[in-house]
Each structure stands twice: as C-alpha cells, then as structure tokens.
Ligand binder design. Structure first.
Ligand SMILES: O=C(O)CCC(=O)C(=O)O
Length: 276
C-alpha cells in the first residue's frame, strides 16, 4: 500500500505524490455526481447543513463578476453515495493512517475544489491548519485529481519541508502576530510567503484518478488555470485520533455550528466519522 520510503519522504517533505487510487469509471461517477450537485445548487440549492452554501455561487448574477481563486463544494460525502465511498476508500484511509501514525482517522471534511476556465485565480501560499478550529497539526489532505492536473491548469505547488520549519509553527505565528499588532510595518514570515508566486514551489502534476497527500502545515499554492478546460479535484481531510475541537482557532469556520463537543474535547460525532 505504502512503502517505508514513501512514509519517510512524507515526514521529511510534508507531501507525497502517491499515484493512482481510482479507476477512470470511479472518477466518472464522481464527476457525474458533481454535475448533479452543481445543477441543483444553480437551481437554488440545499441549506440542510451550513457548509453546503460555501464557496460557490448559487445563481450567477450580472454583478457577481469579481475574480475568485476557486470554486468549492464542501462535504460531498453527505450528498452523494459515490463520494461517501471515496472518503472511506480503504487504500486512501490506510495511507492516511500510516502517514499520520495513528490507529484511526476521522474525516474533518471533504470538498471539491475546482478552477473553472476564465473564472479562477492564483490561490496564494498558505498552511491549511490555521484555517481550521482544530487543536494540533496531526491532519492531512488527500488531493485527488478528477482532471489531469498540470502547471498550466493550476496543479498543486508545495514547499518541501515547510511543515517542519519552526518559523511557521503555531508559537512563531502567535509571536509574529503580536509583533505585527504593535508595529504595522512588521511583515510576518507567513505574509512574505503569501507574496511569492506559485512557481516558487514544486509542482505536483497528476493524472485523473491519481492523488497526492499534504500535511496541514505544509505551504502550498495553485496558480491560475490558463487553459480552456476544467481543473477539478476532490480533497479529503483526515485527522488523527485524539485531535480536539479548539474554538481559539478559526472560530468562524462553516463547520463550527455542526460540532457537538466542547472546545478541548476530542472531535467526534456523526458529522466527523471514523472512516478508517
Ligand atoms: O486545489 C486547489 O486549487 C487548492 C487546494 C488546497 O489549497 C488544498 O487542498 O488545501
């Protein structure tokens, strides 16, 4: 399933270009499911869970012409059986467990991230961890290509080893933010990273049905899709046993209203299922 060398590569670099996990027919089922959700959302959508309305436009209006970096559909697993099967895929969850060194993984959330032609931009270097209300960085994403992902259409670009660079750890972030609050001219190391073009990172090109994994503290970015075709990815985020809900970080995240445990308690519950 995964070799010791691959696991070591992930430890050192914070990402792993794994390779094929889905057959073409399985990818086609996912794309068909996505098309159904997109049509449904354009017709008005579903607000039965708060995250369903995030990151895309229900109805494109004349005035909504501001550039956006990507289009997102959160928690496809709650909406389509093929997606639920994929987040529980034994090969994917098995690799996630091995990379996170944990006996069990839970699903934080999944999302489709697409860069439609002519309606997308450069998604700047960032570390996912700080966008989530979770207690510790024992979390990773599986980025699964539904279309061939290339430099031209906005594949992932990563900064190897950045997840182990103490300049970007939570304590350093807090120190820098305190300094920036006192001195508005102070530029944090993270802000400097955000200014760099995606080409500063290593491109991870993938074919349809292949995936890569990235650690939640690894800096990554995607450049603009400059082609005339879609670039769609299904991204699944897994966390290790014992990771807790933390309201001190990312308290406005769209999934916070669905969390049933108190801050400081392990994040469990049917919205965050143990999937492997
Ligand atoms: O797919 C993209 O364009 C960005 C993906 C990303 O930032 C992520 O998976 O964390």
């Amino acid at each position: 399933m995964i070799t010791e060398e691959q696991a070591r590569f992930f430890d050192e670099n914070g990402y792993l270009r794994y390779g094929k996990v889905l057959e073409r027919s399985e990818v086609e089922s996912l794309i068909n499911g996505l098309d159904r959700i997109v049509d449904f959302e354009l017709a008005g959508g579903d607000d039965s869970s708060p995250e369903f309305s995030v990151g895309h436009r229900r109805k494109i209006k004349e005035t909504e012409d501001e550039p956006r970096v990507l289009t997102q559909y959160v928690n496809m697993w709650k909406r389509d059986a093929e997606y639920e099967k994929t987040v529980r895929h034994p090969l994917i969850t098995g690799i996630a467990k091995k990379l996170l060194k944990t006996p069990e993984v839970r699903l934080w959330h999944d999302h489709i991230i697409s860069k439609p032609p002519q309606d997308n931009g450069h998604f700047r270097f960032h570390q996912d961890f700080y966008g989530w209300p979770l207690s510790e960085p024992r979390i990773l994403s599986c980025w699964l290509a539904l279309d061939n992902a290339t430099v031209e259409n906005g594949c992932m670009h990563v900064i190897p080893g950045s997840h182990r660079d103490s300049r970007f750890f939570p304590k350093a972030k807090k120190r820098e933010e305190d300094a920036a609050a006192k001195d508005p001219t102070f530029k944090t190391e993270r802000a400097k990273m955000e200014e760099r073009p995606a080409s500063f990172g290593v491109p991870v090109e993938l074919s349809t049905g292949e995936c890569m994994f990235h650690h939640c503290l690894n800096f990554h970015a995607t450049p603009q899709n400059t082609t005339n075709k879609q670039r769609r990815a299904f991204v699944i985020i897994y966390y290790a046993q014992g990771v807790c809900y933390s309201d001190a970080q990312a308290s406005a995240h769209c999934l916070v209203p669905t969390i049933k445990v108190n801050s400081g308690e392990p994040l469990v519950g049917s919205g965050f299922p143990a999937v492997g």
